[in-house]
Design a protein. Sequence first.
Length: 68
Amino acid sequence: MSRDPHAARTVRCPQCGGDSRYAPDNPWRPFCSARCRSVDLGAWASERYRVQARPSIDDGDDLTSLPH
Ligand SMILES: [Zn+2]
């Protein structure tokens, strides 16, 4: 419950899975960089997320839908 303005947490970047500094000095949070954020936005625009958001009621094996 601390409100230390200098407090910073390290979270996992949703895009690359790397360490991301979740702090006011990271304008790309929760992403680690501008590149990761732009990639994520691009994914939304290309409807990739819409496909991934479909409930898998068959067998739950999402990997079978990925291209090789
Ligand atoms: Zn990243």
